[in-house]
Design a protein around this ligand. Sequence first.
Ligand SMILES: Cc1cc2nc3c(=O)[nH]c(=O)nc-3n(C[C@H](O)[C@H](O)[C@H](O)COP(=O)(O)OP(=O)(O)OC[C@H]3O[C@@H](n4cnc5c(N)ncnc54)[C@H](O)[C@@H]3O)c2cc1C
Length: 518
Amino acid sequence: MKLLAPEPGWTATADVIVVGSGIAGLTTALQARTFGLSVLIVTKSKVDEGSTKWAQGGIAAALGPGDTPDQHLKDTLVAGADLCDAEAVRVLVTEGPEAVRKLIERGAIFDTEDSGEISLTREGGHLRNRILHAGGDATGAEVSRALLAAVHDDPEIEVVEDALVLDALKDASGAVCGVTLHVIGAGSRDGVGRALGKAVVLATGGLGQVFAQTTNPSVSTGDGVALALRAGAKVADVEFIQFHPTVLWLGDNTQGQQPLISEAVRGEGAYLLDDAGDRFMLNEHKLAELAPRDVVAIASMRRMNKTGAHHVWLDVRHLAGFENRFPTIYASCIAHGINPSKDLIPVAPASHYASGGVRVDLNGRTSVSGLYACGETACSGARIAADIAANLTEHSAPVANNSKAILLDPATRRELQLSMSRGAGVLRSSDSLLQTSADLTRIQDRKSANPCVEAWETTNLFQLAEAILKAALIRQETRGSHWREDFPNTENNWRKRIVQELDRNGNWNTSYQEVGGK
Ligand SMILES: Cc1cc2nc3c(=O)[nH]c(=O)nc-3n(C[C@H](O)[C@H](O)[C@H](O)COP(=O)(O)OP(=O)(O)OC[C@H]3O[C@@H](n4cnc5c(N)ncnc54)[C@H](O)[C@@H]3O)c2cc1C
């Protein structure tokens, strides 16, 4: 399959085409340079647009006294509800401290204690303080700043902004050798063109915009996952959407990106209360407000359903120095007429993080040759640059893509998002999922013949919604992330991944992958 789009009118070339300029794309680009590869980063909007700059709380790494990668591994596997790829987690926790040191080497400045040691805080699911932060609650902005400075300092990395990547290009052998993209530019690179590379790395971030309310910025329309599906790559675990429990509630009719109140606020001792002032998490989990995110989100939704409230409350009034420790969150609350030192903060769950994504191996390879994925776009972490460098081939020529073209009416976007929030949110059932599936069937008939950014994005959102719904319906159990009202138990025989693929004609194929080891 492919998006309906004009034929490419121009060509750019580099060894590696990196799609996206968040922490994943920028890190991969810098790593590729250490192997002497030329890099073209193409990014949909301005270079710092993406989830990375919004990350508040911080980065988890076993750096504290007495902490070890093994303990980090144990906490992660518990939070992963038995579906983690243990080997990928082991790589993450073992290589995490070194990755943090690399970030510091590249110029990122993390908060420190008076002693000069890196300051570490707690987040949900972690039994130790192991979250590094910068600028109090502006960790992502600092990481983005430092990586962008390093990228701008390297003349062998070219960055093209306002470049929306559409589809993969393949050579005669079926290997990916580039992408088509639409650039709002000037001169020789305007309109639809193609970027050719020896490898293509998808680092397009999350897909939060599939839902009506999300913490994700507007660029998070899951374009990379949708592209990978159309290119024939496998995706996995897409039904596992993480809903963040404490997103500032601004009313029922809000849409798009909503302000996040970081989990680190609960890490510092904030309470969750219902309308009656009951600290309801005390009876839900031994870690109370610091239970894993899914536990808190599910408990909050159930409490809201029980009382008929549209949100619960976060109480930080007892936290001394809140304004200095969380300056961004404090400012965001004040801007919405809430004074955290005196007022309770209304919060509700909203879609936050795509746990699944493009299926990759530990080297970031997708199931299609030449195509890699990393960051939130992928379903697990990966080391990519070394693999690309070790397997470098010559550039190959793309062949025509004669597969079925698809484009939906962009006016369907809001309907799609509302339906997904209603039917495939924190609390789900086969009834709610089937109702949303019926909405999608209607939306599918509203085609468009006018290629434009809004239509391409809406089509991507639609294809992702389809994948999420199909997998969510198949998984007849409750396992982290969300609650199946009709299947409340975690079932041993569901300890497996749901892997999905799209064929050339738009038919879905589903297979299963057993999850090994603990
Ligand atoms: C509000 C918020 C707070 C968070 N807090 C934390 C935290 O405290 N700790 C933590 O570990 N994580 C946190 N996260 C999650 C974390 O920020 C993201 O998972 C991470 O930044 C993703 O990085 P990425 O590089 O994969 O994607 P992103 O940073 O989202 O970057 C994606 C890039 O791809 C580009 N792109 C998208 N589509 C296309 C296309 N079609 N063509 C070209 N370019 C495209 C985008 O413009 C962007 O440049 C938070 C997320 C949010 C939204």
